[in-house]
Design a protein around this ligand. Structure first.
Ligand SMILES: *[C@@H]1O[C@H](CO)[C@@H](O)[C@H](O)[C@H]1NC(C)=O
Ligand SMILES: *[C@@H]1O[C@H](CO)[C@@H](O)[C@H](O)[C@H]1NC(C)=O
Ligand SMILES: *[C@@H]1O[C@H](CO)[C@@H](O)[C@H](O)[C@H]1NC(C)=O
Ligand SMILES: *[C@@H]1O[C@H](CO)[C@@H](O)[C@H](O)[C@H]1NC(C)=O
Ligand SMILES: CC(=O)N[C@H]1CO[C@H](CO)[C@@H](O)[C@@H]1O
Length: 624
């Protein structure tokens, strides 16, 4: 109480340090003068509802910003200055972070400005032109992201940016680069949007500077860098609300914009640019999406010998589908017209017949019958389906929905290998040698992998099936949907490596799946096995996939898909793959073809027009 009453008087009582903006900012994450009253002068570069920005004389040292925000919402302060004014003022140096966001970084700012004097008006400040004056690094966020997987390493959150308070290395690390521009006026030339806008109207983009992971659509995909560690694209900015109160345009992946001028700040967990006024869209991409070219062959007497070995599979997370879902006809159209009715479709997020109504219904027979009828309506193809019913409320997801992985299959092309009963929710699928040929056979077909394993608590249990094609080839499938990334943190927050919610559970889940696959390969090293679904994890988080990649091959790798085109999902600034498929050595040895069909991330003109949050994938494999 006494202190806060005194604070406005402090500038008068304490001898005031006269500093340059560069001295206030310093070369580390936090100011050397935090909590001190200083006097400073500079030119006003921008003004918003909660303060203004001043730029002082620059430093030769690129680590040191010469801009800073002066925080105040008082009309008397905001009315006292105009853009272009050269001002002198006294204020308290502060490191600000919202109390409700303890994992954010601090923003250096000047608080409670007093004694504001306008020295002259109409001055010009030359903005930093990004891509000309400075280029962001393109692979890593922070030196504190320790471990072989960089920002995707485990354990998470073992370091803190703020307690390390390292001297900035803006040539190497994204956080350091953007921090070195904190408070400065910058120009982003020829921006490209990297996603739909978020619910606050903010959007991610990169400008005309060197980038990595660039895909054909204009997005930046998570890849591996030249040193073998993940490249998580720090060369991006999120565009916050314009300072003049206007509204950002609606964006989509690959939209291009006119140059953006604004100030660099940190807010809501991210380094952001606050544009002076609303950015302007220059072009939007076409929303036409080509269907897959990987169709199932029509067998005839001439092509039979070669074509009989092919099988097509689709993988699609259909986002909480139930018989009444308004997106059900569109999903059917996707399966029919864009995926071209693959022989087996691995579906995830099929809800029970009563959807999210929490009434004890677990069977999804009506959801599946409705989807099959709708696909038939579109294509004339009649799918059959097979699932293992969950236990009510035990598999996570939307409460009451009992989401699960399910197989759709074309009975004229493939069928379940006969002779094993279907498993119940708690029955563990096992494989054993059968018959004279000692071929692997399941005790339950279909059956769930180790359903009582703690790794599947509140999560979907993977469903295994053994199939035979109409021409007699046998293959195994594992359809899965692992624990979600809920609880993950910002890529640009204080804990390093960034928090990756559920990563330990996913690691254990993949390991349980790998154990099952190994049990099949132990019996028949040439077995055809396809493991696919929504792993809820980027392939570049190698610690999660290690147990599986020891014995199987990532299907995109086997097919030679360009690494930048491997994506099924856009989150924040990155296009990335949560949906993965792995194949056994026998399949990887033969020809493998894969296409990610971007019906949702390219085919929708707005966030709400997407049918699902995931894009489906189609693969064509040779079984013999
Ligand atoms: C207020 O500004 C005047 C003129 O710039 C300066 O002489 C004086 O020292 C300042 N007082 C404080 C408390 O900063
Ligand atoms: C951060 O580092 C700078 C430069 O080494 C130092 O001057 C400053 O006091 C440090 N701040 C904190 C809070 O550790
Ligand atoms: C789904 O299963 C329920 C309960 O066994 C049954 O009453 C209903 O007729 C089935 N619906 C379809 C479309 O098969
Ligand atoms: C089949 O298509 C017709 C015409 O588009 C539609 O009225 C009907 O509801 C559809 N039936 C199913 C099962 O999707
Ligand atoms: C432990 C855990 O992360 N479980 C989650 C698995 O995923 C579902 C849905 O995505 C969540 O509801 C669970 O909480």
């Amino acid at each position: 109480m006494a202190l806060s009453l005194l604070l406005p008087l402090l500038p008068l009582l304490v001898p005031v340090l006269s500093l340059q903006v560069t001295e206030i900012q310093g070369s580390a994450f936090q100011s050397p003068y935090v909590n001190q009253i200083v006097s400073v002068s500079g030119t006003v570069t921008a003004k918003g509802k909660s303060g203004f920005w001043v730029t002082g004389p620059p430093s030769e040292d690129i680590r040191i910003s010469n801009g800073v925000m002066v925080y105040s919402t008082a009309a008397s302060v905001l009315n006292a200055v105009a853009v272009g004014d050269s001002v002198a003022l006294s204020a308290e140096v502060a490191e600000y972070r919202s109390n409700t966001r303890p994992d954010d970084l601090f923003l250096t700012e000047l608080l409670r400005p007093t004694n504001i004097t306008v020295l002259s008006s109409g001055n010009q400040v030359k903005p930093v032109v990004l891509g000309v004056d400075r280029n962001p690094p393109t692979q890593r966020w922070s030196s504190l992201d320790e471990g072989p997987d960089g920002a995707l390493s485990v354990p998470n959150g073992v370091n803190r940016v703020e307690s390390a308070n390292a001297t900035l290395e803006p040539d190497l690390y994204g956080l350091d680069f953007w921090e070195s521009l904190e408070g400065q006026l910058v120009v982003v030339r020829r921006p490209t949007a990297l996603n739909f806008e978020n619910s606050f109207g903010e959007f991610w983009m990169h400008g005309d500077w060197p980038v990595t992971g660039k895909n054909k659509r204009g997005g930046l995909t998570i890849t591996f860098g030249p040193d073998g560690a993940p490249d998580v694209n720090p060369e991006v900015l999120i565009v916050g609300s314009p300072l003049d109160g206007s509204k950002n345009p609606k964006t989509v992946l690959g939209a291009t914009l006119e140059d953006i001028t604004g100030v660099i700040t940190y807010q809501f967990g991210f380094y952001s640019i606050l544009p002076i006024s609303a950015p302007v869209i220059k072009s939007r991409p076409s929303f036409e999406v080509a269907p897959t070219t990987l169709t199932s062959p029509k067998l005839n007497i001439l092509n039979w010998l070669w074509e009989r070995c092919k099988v097509t599979v689709g993988v699609y997370n259909v986002e909480n589908l139930n018989p009444k879902s308004s997106h059900l006809p569109a999903i059917a159209q996707h399966i029919g017209e864009f995926l071209k009715t693959p022989d087996v479709v691995f579906l995830q997020e099929i809800q029970d017949s009563s959807g999210s109504t929490n009434n004890g219904v677990v069977s999804a027979n009506e959801t599946l019958a409705a989807l099959a009828a709708a696909v038939n309506n579109v294509t004339g193809v009649q799918y059959s389906f097979v699932e293992v019913e969950s236990e009510d409320g035990k598999d996570g997801g939307q409460p009451g929905g009992n989401i699960r992985p399910v197989y759709f299959y074309r009975p004229e092309r493939v069928s379940l290998v006969k002779g094993s009963p279907p498993g119940g929710p708690l029955d563990a699928v096992k494989v054993s040698k059968q018959g004279l040929l000692r071929i692997p056979k399941l005790n339950f077909n279909p059956g769930r992998i180790d359903p009582q394993n703690e790794a599947w608590a509140a999560s979907r249990k993977p469903v295994v099936a053994q199939w035979v094609t109409s021409s007699g080839s046998i293959f195994f499938t594992v359809n899965l949907h692992n624990a979600s990334k809920g609880g993950s943190g910002s890529t640009q927050g204080n804990p390093r490596p960034p928090m990756n919610g559920g990563v330990d559970q996913r690691t254990n889940q993949v390991s349980a799946i790998a154990d099952f696959v190994r049990s099949v390969l132990d019996i028949d090293v040439r077995a055809n096995i396809i493991v696919a679904g929504d792993f809820n994890e980027y392939f570049q988080t190698r610690s999660v996939f290690g147990s599986l990649t020891d014995i199987m091959t990532n299907i995109d790798e086997a097919a030679g898909v360009d690494p930048v085109e491997r994506y099924t999902y856009i989150f924040d600034q990155n296009t990335q793959q949560l949906d993965q498929a792995f194949i056994s050595p026998a399949l990887a040895k033969r020809k493998v073809e894969v296409e990610h069909v971007h019906v949702n991330n390219h085919g929708a003109s707005s966030y709400s027009a997407r049918i699902s949050d995931h894009d489906p994938t189609v693969a064509r494999l040779r079984l013999c």
